[in-house]
Design a protein around this ligand. Sequence first.
Ligand SMILES: [Zn+2]
Length: 260
Amino acid sequence: MTDLIDAGVNLTNHQFEGEHQAVIARANAAGVKAMLLIGCDIPSSQQSLELATRFDQYSTAGVHPHDAKDATEQLESTLTELAQNSAVVAIGECGLDYNRDFSPRDIQRSVLRRQLALAEKLNLPVYLHERDASDDMLSILKEFKVRGVLHCFTGNKQALKNYLNLGLYIGITGWVCDERRGKELQALVPSIPLERLLIETDAPFLIPRTITPKPKSRKNEPANLSYVCATLAKLYNVDENLVAKHSTENFYSLFDIAGR
Ligand SMILES: [Zn+2]
């Protein structure tokens, strides 16, 4: 089996406390040779960088729309400082979430614009989150020169088309393994070019429902990435190795990492 890269792990989540090394070891044993650790506010961006440095992985630095309300005037300077480190390969997770509305929408939009402007200035890709906000997302993205990934894509056909037209990569999680709420996404998968696909677990969230036997815990981890890969291979009607090969190459190419 070709090596996999998990393009989205929330390793700083409290559910992984005290077992970072073990989680990474289990991932390696399951063929996941690298992972991108997601920062979703300043403390988790700092901690993701620390973990990425310690365990030779990659990380993002940014503020999630849920936390946009807590962004300060120092946002740009703090993220710039974090981004000086070579382990930081993207600005984000940033975006818009009108599904949960944990931050006021106008603040979400302004904090997204600030991070897109910063990414453009630093010439870094962005790691994007969008839920129920594709129209606003699209019009804001068009204001900038953006390259990046729309992580955990769960949108509709039109949104997918728009994001692909902007040149974005599309991140697919275990959502696609859900026989109930993943139906629409499953139908869309074949229209995502393999050259634009990234695969991710978004662990500890979104445990694939295709794992057998059914695990007792709902806590997901990067070692389960192969289940996402297997479901995608079925939907594309190709070999799993081809999905693995493309998503790994795409990861290196998007994040400007010389292949290892
Ligand atoms: Zn997200």
